[in-house]
Ligand binder design. Structure first.
Ligand code: NAI
Length: 298
């Protein structure tokens, strides 16, 4: 039997693209799926019934799913996603935060409404839905949570200051929740995907065919790592990159630094600038690593 049989899974923004691919795969593995999608445009305008079509596809294939059409940016709407899961299926086990929009512009040209809406959908929306799910997972001593980030935040990308900030914010959020969820068997990981979807088509000059994506850039090529992040044996506090059938992991490192004493001046520091930025001698660093090291010492 699949380890996902009868697990209750929520995927936000699952009306198309990556979220749909994840929802279909969980359903195929016997999970009961809440397909959330506001159903608006790629830049976050309007609403629609995209979630219903995915539910129909799942149920036609013999799976179990319900639709929720709330916006993750609305606190009551975010709560309704969790409430609908609990009403229909009794609990929640897995939450994949995936909903997203783009409002790309260079920072010089970006107005603050474009900043706010992107922060709201990606970072605040992820926080609102996760906040509603957290007490249930905490209480039952089990939870698997995925945040969907992007290389645009982790590494940077021209024209995506709003999106990059929101997406990198997720790593900070994960770093904290991975520690806070550790003793409660709640594992929190982050995905940086790459696939041909409607969202990518909103980037000026990029052509996509979301209904029939290039097989080498199909969203379903990302889904295996989402399943991995939601498995019983999942790691926690990790960032995985996936696309084109390739998978990798990135992390934060710190160098050796310079020790300049309590009388340090700006001039002393400048003298050591090469050593300050030298990345030859580095080690991975996170609060989770520190906590795990402390636990090993006990
Ligand atoms: P997509 O546009 O096909 O899917 C995003 C879905 O989120 C849409 O169906 C949309 O209706 C829904 N959505 C938007 N705002 C919402 C809201 N407020 N509440 C509920 N649902 C909402 O695009 P794609 O590419 O599948 O995006 C999924 C996630 O992957 C996003 O978070 C995106 O930023 C991320 N991502 C995608 C990459 C790619 O190469 N496709 C690259 C890096 C990150």
């Amino acid at each position: 039997m699949s380890e996902f049989q009868d697990k209750v899974v929520i995927v936000t923004g699952a009306g198309g693209g990556l979220g749909k691919a994840h929802a279909l795969e969980f359903a195929k593995r016997g999970a009961k799926v809440v397909v959330n999608d506001l159903g608006g445009s790629g830049d976050g305008v309007g609403s629609g019934d995209m979630a219903d079509a995915v539910v129909e596809e799942i149920t036609a294939a013999g799976g179990t799913a319900i639709a929720n059409k709330a916006s993750v940016t609305d606190r009551a709407g975010a709560q309704s996603i969790i409430d609908d899961a609990v009403s229909a299926f009794g609990t929640i086990d897995i939450l994949v935060n995936n909903a997203g929009i783009l409002r790309d512009k260079s920072f010089k040209k970006m107005d603050l409404d474009d900043w706010d809406i992107v922060m709201n959908v990606h970072l605040n929306g992820t926080a609102y839905v996760t906040k509603a799910a957290w007490p249930i997972m905490y209480e039952k001593n089990y939870g698997r949570i995925v945040f969907t980030s992007s290389t645009s935040g982790i590494f940077g990308n021209f024209g995506q200051a709003n999106y990059g900030a929101a997406k990198m914010g997720m790593l900070g959020f994960m770093n904290v929740l991975a520690v806070e969820g550790l003793s409660k068997n709640i594992r929190v990981n982050t995905l940086a995907p790459n696939a041909e979807t409607r969202l990518i088509g909103t980037i000026p000059g990029v052509e996509v065919n979301p209904d029939n994506p290039d097989p080498s850039r199909h969203p379903k090529l990302v889904t295996p790592v989402v399943i991995f992040m939601c498995s019983d044996d999942a790691p926690t506090g990790k960032t995985f990159h996936a696309g084109n059938g390739r998978f990798s992991c990135s992390a934060t490192f710190i160098n050796e630094g310079v020790e300049l004493g309590l009388d340090v001046t700006y001039e002393d520091l400048v003298e050591k600038r090469d050593q300050l930025v030298d990345m030859d001698n580095i080690r991975e660093m996170s609060a989770l690593i520190r906590v795990m090291q402390q636990q090993q010492k006990k």
